[in-house]
Design a protein around this ligand. Structure first.
Ligand code: 5BU
Length: 486
């Protein structure tokens, strides 16, 4: 089960933080199992486990609770030659007006399949409908029981619920694997113990926010002082006025990563493959779109899709450095149309505030576009001195509606709304042959107080990129946890 739990965590099916459910309850965990359908092997595996969990039940048909459990029920049906029924959510307004599709005999037994149970109300709704059609429903299987009274409520209604996983088991395993802190486990346990039956499943997971949160959806998550993490990413998400900053901190907190992949590869296929493979591990993917040998607008469309799938931001490292009027065209126009697809870009502060005005104008006032100013560089002998740095921070303060932070090698601003992105990171300190200088994740995050590590060749040159990215992600996150808890 450990592997399954880890996989669910990595694909973002389980998120930790403070989530306001529609019922008004604040949950320390958010379960979104819909994403499983994007991973066919996992879907098949989960369906087998559901089937195995039903081994003691007697049934001749299976019926998934719409919608996430539908493909799971389908997999069970196909793999084990068990006929399936589909429960409609609304009756068709033409034809037969049937609410249950598929062939069944009166008094035949049906197994209900569900992805997550909170109070059990969705399972019960399906059971009641099947019962109205004279189908016997006494058994249900669920992938994850949130342990909020659903099992008991269903038992009262004559339905025996068996689960593959329980919420407590999930968090305990994640903690053992060092994926979440012990405090999170305690919070979840406390939440479960409070056993709040008022939670409505339909109101929580099933109507959750999409992966790449829209502003309205993002605002349904609350943090406001519920849990203070001493200047940590969660608290700063609350403080942040800029949508992109908020999104970034929320992603970092929920995916527990402060790793930005610098995907400096020259083929589109390699870029997309990197983004898809490492997407679950990163909060952002940084591109140099102009180094692609085979750029086409399709690449960025696909990259955006992958970013949505894995919930990360896209950062085009364009390093604008011209007058406002020129950068305006460079950002929104040309072959790359950066402002169309890149959440974040960056600029040198050298030309003065006109460069920000130009970029802002090109973004057309979009609230989901932001810029980092280059306050410091990672290269040896670079010319950014303290005066330059301070003037850059001042410029950022004056343009908080578009500038969200810095590229830097140390914490240059005390403003908690400012994000510090640091390039030149490897697991061991060192340098390359052309002036690049490397610091470790620990040094950057813990000692220097920066927020995001930008890692390129440390990952891309590795024979096992996934393994290496995992090592960077773990190192970056561990350094952050130590920083905020010290
Ligand atoms: P590396 O392979 O981890 O060295 O790549 C670092 C990336 O960060 C690369 O894309 C650079 O263009 C980028 N970078 C940097 O290294 N140093 C800087 O000061 C700035 C950007 Br600004």
């Amino acid at each position: 089960m450990k592997e399954l739990i880890l996989k669910l965590f990595e694909i973002g099916a389980l998120k930790f933080g403070q989530f306001k459910l529609k019922s008004g309850m604040i949950s320390p965990v958010y379960v979104d199992l819909r994403v499983i359908i994007s991973y066919p092997k996992l879907l098949a595996e989960v369906s087998e486990l559901l089937w195995a969990a039903s081994s003691k039940a007697e049934y001749s048909t299976v019926c998934g609770v719409p919608y996430t459990a539908l493909p799971m029920a389908t997999c069970i049906s196909v793999s084990h030659s068990i006929p399936m029924l589909i429960r409609r959510k609304e009756a068709k307004d033409y034809g037969t007006k049937k609410m249950v599709e598929g062939y069944y005999e009166e008094n035949s037994k049906c197994l209900i399949v569900e992805d997550v149970v909170t109070t059990g109300s969705s399972v019960l709704e399906t059971a009641e409908l099947l019962r109205k059609h004279k189908i016997v429903t006494s058994d249900a299987v669920v992938l994850l029981d949130r342990q909020q009274g659903g099992k008991e409520k269903l038992a009262e209604k004559g339905i025996s619920l068996r689960s593959v996983l329980t919420l407590v088991e999930v968090v305990e395993n994640l903690c053992e694997m060092n994926k979440i802190e012990k405090t999170v486990v305690d919070e979840v346990k406390q939440f479960v113990a409070s056993n709040n039956k008022s939670l409505e499943k339909n109101e929580s997971e099933k109507s959750g926010f999409p992966f790449k949160q829209k502003e309205t959806a993002a605002s349904s998550r609350i943090y406001g002082g519920v849990r203070c993490d001493r200047g940590g990413y969660r608290k700063r998400a609350v403080l942040s006025k800029h949508l992109v900053t908020r999104k970034l901190f929320e992603i970092m907190e929920s995916k527990q990563t402060n790793l930005c992949l610098s995907a400096d590869v020259v083929s589109s296929a390699d870029l997309l493959d990197l983004a898809d493979t490492l997407g679950p591990l990163v909060c952002a993917v940084k591109t140099h779109i102009d180094i692609l040998d085979d750029f086409s607008p399709k690449v960025v469309d696909q990259l955006v899709e992958i970013a949505n799938k894995h919930n990360f931001l896209i950062f085009e490292d364009r390093k604008f450095a011209d007058i406002g009027n020129t950068v305006k065209s460079q950002y929104a126009g040309g072959a790359y149309k950066i402002s169309d697809w890149s959440d974040i870009t960056n600029a040198h502060s050298l030309p003065g505030s006109g460069i920000i005005e130009g970029l802002k104008a090109a973004s057309g006032g979009r609230k989901d576009r932001a810029c980092l100013l280059i306050a410091e560089m990672s290269t040896k002998n670079n010319l950014a001195n303290d005066v330059y740095k301070e003037a850059t921070v001042k410029m950022a303060e004056e343009h908080g509606d578009f500038v969200i932070g810095f590229i830097c090698t140390s914490k240059v601003s005390k403003n908690p709304q400012h994000v510090h992105f640091t390039p030149g990171v490897k697991l061991k300190p060192g340098k390359d042959a052309m002036g690049q200088q490397y610091l470790t994740p620990d040094e950057v995050i813990k000692n220097r107080g920066c927020d995001v590590i930008i890692v390129g060749r440390g990952i891309t040159d590795s024979a096992n990129r996934l393994q290496e990215a995992t090592a960077f992600r773990n190192a970056g996150w561990a350094a952050y946890v130590q920083r905020v808890s010290s």
